[in-house]
Design a protein around this ligand. Sequence first.
Ligand code: FES
Ligand SMILES: [Fe+2]
Length: 334
Amino acid sequence: MNDFPLLQNAWYVACRSSQLKRKPLTRTILNTPFVLFRNANGRAAVLIDRCSHRNAALSDGWVRDGCVVCPYHGWQFDEDGICQHVPGLMDERVQKAKNISAYPVIEQDGMVWVYPSHEKTTSQPPRFEFLNEPGYTHFIAEQSMPFALPDVLENFLDATHTHFVHSGLIRSEGKRKTVNITIRREADRVHAEYRDEGTQSGLISRLFGGGVDKSIGRYVFPSTAQLEYGAGSQTKMLITLCFTPETEISQRLYAVVVGRGPAIFKPIIQLLFLRAYQQDRHILELQKKNLQKFEKAQYVYTEADVLLPHILHLLKHGPSPTAPASSRTVKLLL
Ligand code: FES
Ligand SMILES: [Fe+2]
């Protein structure tokens, strides 16, 4: 992506494990179409979604003997992108030009992760904490978000829109309290820790927020946003949004919500989250529509915009492992 070239060298969720069955799947990541399929042993494979012969999409084909078969003339590619068969050819000599690019894949926590870069990597995709721990239940949701990456990351992590966009559901205007927020910057992430808020003024917290004494909004490079609610030393709920950038203006969202407590509440929590998602989507649509009327976006920042400047800096410059961690505190009425 032109604005943030460093996004290329990172892991992204390509699909959920359960979505990758017998048929090849297509996914666009950072403007490049990929084909996903399973080899003969069921291992996930990711190749460029373009046949080397005449550029047909391999995702329009099928899988045979662990290879993806092009629907046009039947060339077959294995998990490493090596062309294993050209139908009709009597002399199938090795010809490198027939091969196509393959990419690192790791399947874990019910997700197929891909590293969409030609650079070699020794890194690993992140894990979803508490996913299968006793006492926790979880659900996973997937949505397409036709907006720019910084906009969706900020929208999820920003507390100050909740009084208006999610009025009554997350917080309410007229019931503000003073909250101390500590912003901590580390090599590949930034946290905003909200203390002293107690239970938030909206319905979700009133129903499920008993005992919560701190919440943390967190951005992790390249495209993960997290909200963590804790009571004492225990995490009560962890909401992780993994955005897979498809293009500059479209993200695929995989949301993993892990909470402490009985599974019986899961349908209610799912419903409340869906409502919050619809409200966010609506305001993002309105913002996008208005932005299209102007040549260029322009932004003003105040102390209340606690995370976006850090998000933009990390998106632009990438993680800085040698920079010392820093922290500062602001006071807001939330
Ligand atoms: S275009 Fe794929 S085999 Fe010809
Ligand atoms: Fe929101």
